[in-house]
Ligand binder design. Structure first.
Ligand code: S3P
Length: 436
């Protein structure tokens, strides 16, 4: 993140990668466990919670609205739910840090609360588009102000009673869908959201586990308002977006064999698996099981010769956060990979199209930007050099994986941002290389 000490990391060519690892808990599910645990009646126990900076922002925000949250283990929490109407007005501005999920989902929740709140974030989050949640929430009757006519944070929200709507979202965005559904929790009647392609459905799954009446249909979902939510035991699976870095590392490193245990493989998130298999990757799913309403598996990865493919359409929301590291795999694959329909990458923590094109280029990668994606032609190996994270955790980690296939050392500048979603990333990388 921008507002912390800058830190550089040097990563060198990997000779081999072997072992059995697990990755920290899913970021999206961890956020939602705090949000729904807070609104439920009773004590919600969460295990596998991601103690990353983004999730800590959500944790602090709910504490400042009167929710008691207690850490009971290295990745375990207990949340004393206050019920649907039990949150209290925060005495200060809520700082969402770098977390778009915190800001957008909480906007929906805050819109239906009988109090005033202000949501802000770091310099990256304050540049990201907020109109996409403000528009449907205002249509529900919310009063929201933001910079640039409500387009950007800080957002000031005077919550109150809302009306239910049926909203056709122009973007496939789980954050938009969840903001509207969370606002719909406070409303008598049914709230419906449709989207051009199905985005991740963790909110719908968790709301169902907590007792809400949620009905998914072909291109959308409906929620019956004013449910009673009941505390749950939530077991958060490992984050497929974090596992993605090690999947690609295993595929591109000669002789590699990695077993990644306990990874969430929700079909709205598992595009990376389908994409890497289509590229010729040897990935196997073992012991597929269900945990707290989410499918989970162990993933075995072996070094493979990859080939270029076309990635577009409904595959994009299923792999949106993994596209930076997929671009690294593509930059080492035989032939050309084209990523289309992925303009959403331009409004993530940074413009991830521009960032990957510029940083892979510094290492000799052959990547061209398209307005809606990238065109990538594979090379045998990258060169050494110095690259920037652009303050974006997924860019930092993608470039670390690229560095494993570089002939010279790669310095990654401003690498501390990995703490946003993956505390322990650098140690895990050392471990599978036999360096620690
Ligand atoms: C998230 C949804 C996605 C994703 C983000 C987390 C969520 O964003 O990129 O990292 O937890 O709902 P969009 O909903 O904007 O696509």
């Amino acid at each position: 993140m921008s507002d912390q000490t800058l830190q550089n990391r040097i990563v060198k060519l990997a000779k081999s990668l072997r072992g059995e690892i697990s990755v920290p808990g899913d970021k999206s599910i961890s956020h939602r466990s705090i949000m729904l645990g807070s609104l439920a009646e009773g004590t919600t126990r969460v295990s596998g919670f991601l103690m990353g900076e983004d999730n800590l922002s959500t944790w602090k925000a709910f504490e400042s609205m009167g929710v008691a949250i207690c850490q009971t283990g290295p990745d375990a929490l207990e949340i004393e739910g206050v019920g649907l109407d039990g949150l209290v007005e925060p005495g200060d501005v809520l700082d969402c840090g770098n977390s778009g999920t915190t800001m957008r989902l909480m906007s929906g929740l805050m819109a239906g609360q009988n109090f005033f709140s202000v949501l802000t974030g770091d310099k990256y989050l304050r540049q990201r588009p907020m109109k996409r949640v403000v528009t449907p929430l205002v249509a529900m009757g919310a009063r929201i102000w933001g910079r640039d006519g409500g387009k950007r944070a800080p957002l000031a929200i005077q919550g109150g009673s809302l009306k239910s709507i049926s909203y056709a979202s122009p973007v496939a965005s789980a954050q938009v869908k969840s903001a509207v559904l969370f606002a719909g929790l406070s409303v008598e009647g049914e709230t419906t959201v449709t989207e051009p392609h199905l985005s991740r459905d963790h909110s719908e799954r968790m709301l169902t586990c907590f007792g809400a009446d949620v009905r998914p249909f072909e291109d959308g979902v409906s929620l019956k308002g004013r449910p009673r939510l009941f505390a749950q035991e939530v077991m958060v699976p490992g984050d497929i977006s974090s596992a993605a870095f090690f999947m690609v590392a295993g595929l591109v490193t000669p002789g590699a064999e990695l077993m990644i245990r306990n990874v969430g493989i929700n079909p709205t998130r598992s595009g990376i698996i389908d994409i890497l298999i289509a590229m010729g990757g040897a990935l196997e799913l073992h012991d597929i099981r269900e945990q707290s309403g989410e499918p989970v598996a162990d993933i075995l990865v072996r070094h493979s010769r990859l080939k270029g493919i076309e990635i577009s359409g409904d595959m994009i929301p299923r792999a949106i956060d993994e596209l930076p590291v997929i671009s690294v795999a593509a930059a080492l694959a035989e032939g050309t990979t084209t990523i289309r329909d992925a303009e959403e990458l331009r409004v993530k923590e940074t413009d991830r199209i521009a960032a990957m094109v510029s940083e892979l280029d510094k290492l000799g990668g052959r990547v061209e930007a398209r307005p809606d994606g990238m065109s990538i032609t594979g090379v045998e190996k990258f060169n050494g050099g110095t690259v920037s994270s652009h303050g974006d955790h997924r860019i930092a980690m993608s470039m670390a994986i690229a560095a494993l296939s570089a002939t010279g050392a790669v310095t990654i500048e401003d690498a501390a941002c990995t703490e946003t979603s993956f505390p322990g990333f650098w140690d895990l990388l050392d471990k599978i290389r036999g360096l620690s």
